[in-house]
Design a protein. Structure first.
Length: 256
């Protein structure tokens, strides 16, 4: 704890916990959005590598603890090619991550979140099958973003929205894929030497906040369900993307 307080103030830790709780709500309510919200929030307080390792660790653990929410609600025909593509993309993305400064990392994150939120707002689920080629390509792009930013979601979200019309199945598919994606990223981060002790000190303090958010998000999904989550999830994600982009531009001496 003394080590953490030397790096972060109690206010910092409180704000991180609130951000992770909100990210947990989004994940449980929509099936996506945890990394989309958590990485930008954590990047305000942590080095890029520490932020992505902590998010990947929390994603993996939360997915395992709450496996009943997604188990049996995804198609292996989509999942396996996507995972294979994700492995390749993650390796390339990790190499990109190692070259980024904190301000560059924040700027990339913010711009990616803004653009993809705007794109996602125009997508509606359709009754169509993606096929192995599309799934593998989606996985490769997702892996690239996963390795570089620990945000594998947007390409896979677009795929799920376009090819899996049922909200329950779409949510389950996303949760299952992100669990595998987080495991791939953690293995790749470890091999690349990007893992420090900081995320492991923060992990036991962060996990309870995520699990509280998960409980609340699950309750909201059961209470509201359907497509009601999309405007809320996209609006919150867009707000986070704008905030982190303006912070990065300010750090780089660019005024808007």
């Amino acid at each position: 704890m003394a080590m953490l307080l030397s790096l972060l103030t109690p206010i910092d830790l409180t704000l991180m916990a609130l951000g992770l709780c909100c990210a947990g709500v989004m994940r449980a309510f929509t099936g996506f959005g945890f990394a989309l919200m958590a990485v930008p929030v954590l990047s305000l307080f942590l080095a890029p590598a520490d932020a992505v390792v902590l998010v990947a660790s929390l994603t993996l653990t939360t997915s395992l603890v709450t496996y009943r929410a997604w188990w049996g609600r995804f198609r292996l025909g989509d999942g396996l090619p996507m995972v294979c593509g994700s492995v390749v993309g993650t390796v390339v993305g990790v190499l990109f991550l190692a070259q980024l400064s904190l301000a560059q990392f924040q700027l990339w994150i913010g711009l990616i979140v803004i653009v993809l939120c705007l794109l996602l707002s125009r997508y509606q689920p359709k009754s169509s099958s993606g096929g192995p080629a599309l799934a593998a390509g989606t996985g490769a792009v997702s892996g690239l973003m996963n390795g570089a930013f620990a945000i594998p979601g947007p390409p896979v979200i677009v795929y799920a929205m376009a090819c899996i019309p049922e909200p329950v199945n779409s949510r389950g598919f996303l949760m299952a894929f992100f669990m595998i994606s987080s495991l791939i990223s953690l293995i790749t981060f470890s091999i690349s030497g990007l893992v420090t002790t900081t995320p492991f000190y923060l992990f036991p303090l962060s996990l309870p906040a995520v699990l509280v958010g998960d409980r609340l998000g699950t309750w909201l999904f059961r209470r509201i369900g359907g497509q009601a989550y999309r405007p809320v999830a996209l609006a919150v994600s867009l707000g986070v993307g704008l905030a982190i982009t303006f912070k990065a531009l300010h750090a780089m001496g660019i005024t808007v």
